[in-house]
Every structure is written in structure tokens, then in C-alpha cells.
Design a protein around this ligand. Sequence first.
Ligand code: UD1
Length: 367
Amino acid sequence: MRKKLKIINIVGARPNFMKIAPIMRAYMHHRDIEPVLVHTGQHYDEKMSDLFFKELEIPQPDINLEVGSASHAVQTAEIMKAFEPVVLEHKPDAVLVVGDVNSTIACGLVTVKLGIKLVHVEAGLRSGDRTMPEEINRILTDSISDLLFCTEQSGVDNLLKEGIAQDKIHFTGNVMIDTLLKNAKKAEDSNILGRFNLEKKNYAVVTLHRPSNVDNPSIFSGILESLNVIQSDIPVIFPVHPRTRQNIKKFSGNNLLEKMPDLHLIDPLGYLDFLKLMSNARVVLTDSGGIQEETTILKVPCLTLRENTERPVTTVLGSNCIVGTNPDMIIGAYKRLSAGDWHKSSIPPLWDGNAAERIVKILLDKL
Ligand code: UD1
């Protein structure tokens, strides 16, 4: 009988949790895999981490490295220092990382330096913008991975262009969408609309956390200017990421915010509440990557407040539009979609809820 495949799986920051959940579940159907779950502790607040484990039924991590927040260099270095002994002790056959956060590259680097195979889920995405910390994490992680799983064709094309061997690359679909489809029914029970007195299709949702938006006072205030116009038309619900919350305080944007009675700044939401909120919104304005994909599946218009996207399929087939951060552009797009002038969208190939199962089958075959 074949020896069990031991795979260490890494999570660290909020967007990792929805990606790992279906993979951990798929392992349960394959008894010849022994998964170990490691949480780096990059995100640690109840609302940024624990809540997702509960709602998405992710098993408790076997190990928590508890690194917490710090500068990029310190955070990455702390994760590497704490993760190396884990790999040495567990001697896995492979380490699987997801997404593009600092935990992804930090654990990836430790893995390959110890001569262990590295698997990257959500490989090949490229924004072309090297000032984004995530873009550096993506390029580096992909360049050292042994197996690369892509969510869209552009990912495959980017990897081939970068000289990655074709037999390492697999187009398997989107694990984040596996999670969305599995939880869509459960999310219907959320009472979030009632809690904020919202009518379906008559409110907007905003999320912002990219350093390029929220660490820059002039860009941030331009975005707030456009939100001011939107909230004079419909309520705007803004679950605020901790980084953004700190900057709102720092820039004393509170004064401006107080003048916007229908802009509602709330704590970060759990997965189910947020899914219900997005599903029924007239529009979502965001600088997140994952939300561009989720709104595509939900067919809710998404205005991406960035100059580029690493997920082009969401604009070509999906409901997403890259509008940037200029208030006139944001307001113009909002007015168009409110008037019913928005492009028709469709679901990208293989975003069908079965990506994790495909990935696990390939792992069994190739590792
Ligand atoms: C990280 C990821 C980003 C991802 C985002 C999702 C990197 C480079 N960035 O950015 O790709 O889209 O997560 O949220 O990995 N903080 C808390 N509580 C927490 C976590 C963070 O208060 O549980 C605060 C800390 O003060 C910290 C700040 O938020 O300094 C930013 O956290 P950090 O993990 O450095 O980066 P994010 O901006 O969250």
C-alpha cells in the first residue's frame, strides 16, 4: 500500500481562509492524504480570523506560529524563522500555499530551501504592478513552485510566458468560488439586511484596504468624495479593515465622515453576513482581489477602485469594471449602473464549485 502523502497547508491572512476551506474538505475524501494545517498568525483578530474558521468549518490549525503584524521584512522573516522547525519536524511530502500574502511567500521560500515540493494554489495572476506587495509575492512564489494551480486562463498564459514548464501548470478553477457556492444557501439566513435596515438592490457596499489607496491621504480623500455622492443617493455600508481604520484615525478623516449620514462604517463582517450583503447590493466598490471574483459569480456590478487587476476574467466575462480612484470616474460608473447601463456578464470556465476536488486528484497523481 502507498504511504500516506503528508501535506502541510498554510493559512495566514483573511483571504486565505476561504481558499483553504474546500481543500481541507476535499482531503477528507481521500484517506491516503495526511493534511497538517499551519496558521502563521499574520491575521489574529477574532473578526479577521477565528470567525472564518467557525463559519467555514475549517479544522482548528494543528500549529499556530503567532507571528502577528509587523513591517513586511520583519513579518516575512518571523514567519520563515517560525516555520522552518515545523517543516523539519513534520518532514512533509509537500507544502501547499494559497494566494499572495506574506505568509504565502515566506512559507514557500522555507519549503524549497529544505528541498520539499511546493504547491501554489491561485498561481499565475499578474496585475503588472510591481509596487503592489502581492504582485512580488505572486511572482516569487510561482517561480519556486513545483505544481501551480490556476483559476483562469490568463494565469496559465502568464506562467508560460515566464518560462514555467507546462507540465507543472494546471487550470483547475477557483477554490474561493467553491466556498461561495457551498455557503450561498446558508448565507441567505443572515439577518444583515434587517440589522442595517437595507432594501435589496438599494444600497452600496464598500471595502478598502490596499496600502496604495488607504495609506495615501489624497487618494483616500478622493475615494471618500465619491462615496459622499453615492451616500446622498443610497445607503453605503463600509465594513472597515483594521489597516483602514488606523488610517481614518490618522488622517482625521472622521470630520468628513461625520458629514455623510448614510455612509455606515462598521466592523469587519464574517463570511456569511458579507456574502448576503454583497449578493443583494446594487453595487460593490472595492480594492480587494477576491471580491472582484465573488461579485462576478453573484452577477453584482463591481467597481474596482484600482488602476489594474490581476483577475482580468472578471472584467472580460464577469460583472467587474476597473474604474481607478478618480472621483469623477467612480461617480460616472455609479450613475451608469444605477440607470441600468451595465455590461452583461457570464460565469468564467471551471468556476463550478469543484476546483478543490480537481486539485486534490492532481496532487495524488503528481506528488
Ligand atoms: C494582508 C495582505 C493582503 C490581503 C489582506 C487581506 C500581505 C502583503 N497583504 O494585508 O494581500 O489582501 O491581508 O486583509 O500579506 N491588523 C489587525 N488585526 C489583524 C490583522 C491586522 O488589527 O488581525 C492590523 C495591524 O495593525 C496591521 C494591519 O492591520 O499592521 C495590516 O495587516 P497586515 O497583515 O500587515 O496586512 P493587510 O493590510 O491586512
